[in-house]
Design a binder for this molecule. Structure first.
Ligand SMILES: NC(=O)c1ccc[n+]([C@@H]2O[C@H](COP(=O)([O-])OP(=O)(O)OC[C@H]3O[C@@H](n4cnc5c(N)ncnc54)[C@H](O)[C@@H]3O)[C@@H](O)[C@H]2O)c1
Length: 262
């Protein structure tokens, strides 16, 4: 059932070809928003945009490496020209290399920080003029359980996601007077290729993938509500945070994790 909660809105969704990004793009389009899916994987972005358009939604797909400021500039300009304005940024692009602290290389550290944290900083900076021109807007970043607790292991992922807490607060405080809100959404254990597959941005093997039933069961057991979080659970939270219902929420985080972060 659609409720047209985003009628007249226009969103740029980085990492929008991934599982959570695509679920959010679909839901936003169903709720009346024009959406631009921006992802390193252009073919996948185009596939999803095609499905959204076939369902009557307004959608475009573009290639974006969130580490590249020049690409951000081009994507924001194109989307603003295509839709007439831009009022929402959703950041989903993410990377992880699941190794011990000992084995985390400087290259892994820089790659994870660049994509997960600097990518959100660049997106925020480069979207701001467009949001101001729109009279205000919403910036939503994707955190993680790693935003709340870091634990043992390679440190870069937790550092990048904890860094988003600070970026979210800093953005919220700096731009509230421009009618721009910023919220961090922390998914728990979400059934997506990020923890199932072996993509270059998030490699997994038998010891980490939820294709291994032991790993799947361990994550369900660590979730008090007793099931994996699904991309659609996260998409509904993004919809709420983007909508007018959340108009007094800024600088804070929302966990969508079935209690896994307790
Ligand atoms: N799956 C989980 O359990 C989980 C839990 C908490 C947080 N997260 C976070 O959720 C976000 C979305 O992940 P997902 O689970 O949907 O995974 P996913 O692998 O399906 O999607 C990630 C997307 O990011 C894109 N991407 C990677 N590097 C990029 C770059 N440099 N520029 C642009 N796009 C890039 C990929 O092409 C992919 O489409 C990530 O930020 C991840 O850290 C995932």
């Amino acid at each position: 059932m659609t409720t047209n909660r985003l009628d007249g809105r226009a969103a740029l969704i980085s990492g929008g070809a991934g599982a959570m990004g695509a679920a959010t793009a679909r839901l936003f389009a169903e709720e009346g928003a024009a959406v631009c899916i921006a992802d390193l994987d252009l073919e996948k972005a185009q596939q999803i945009a095609g499905q959204i358009e076939a369902n009557g939604g307004r959608c475009k797909a573009v290639r974006l490496d969130v580490r590249n400021a020049a690409q951000w500039n081009g994507v924001v300009t194109d989307a603003e020209n295509a839709f007439g304005h831009l009022d929402t940024l959703c950041s989903f692009a993410g990377a992880n290399h699941r190794v011990s602290f000992d084995l985390q290389t400087e290259e892994m550290w820089r790659r994870i920080l660049d994509i997960n944290l600097t990518g959100c900083f660049l997106g925020t900076k480069i979207m701001l003029p467009a949001l101001r021109r729109a009279g205000g807007g919403v910036i939503l970043h994707t955190g993680s359980l790693g935003s709340l607790r870091q634990g043992a292991g390679g440190p870069a992922y937790g550092v990048s996601k904890a860094g988003l807490v600070a970026l979210t607060r800093s953005t919220a405080a700096s731009y509230a007077a421009d009618n721009i809100r910023c919220v961090l959404i922390n998914p728990g254990h979400v059934d997506t290729p990020f923890i199932r597959g072996n993509a270059p941005h998030s490699p997994n093997d038998e010891s980490t993938s939820i294709d291994n039933p032991d790993n799947y069961d361990r994550r369900v057991a660590a979730t008090p509500l007793g099931r994996m979080t699904m991309p659609e659970d996260v998409a509904r939270t993004f919809l709420f945070a983007a909508s007018e219902e959340a108009s007094m929420i800024t600088g804070s985080w929302i966990n969508v994790d079935g209690g896994a972060g307790i």
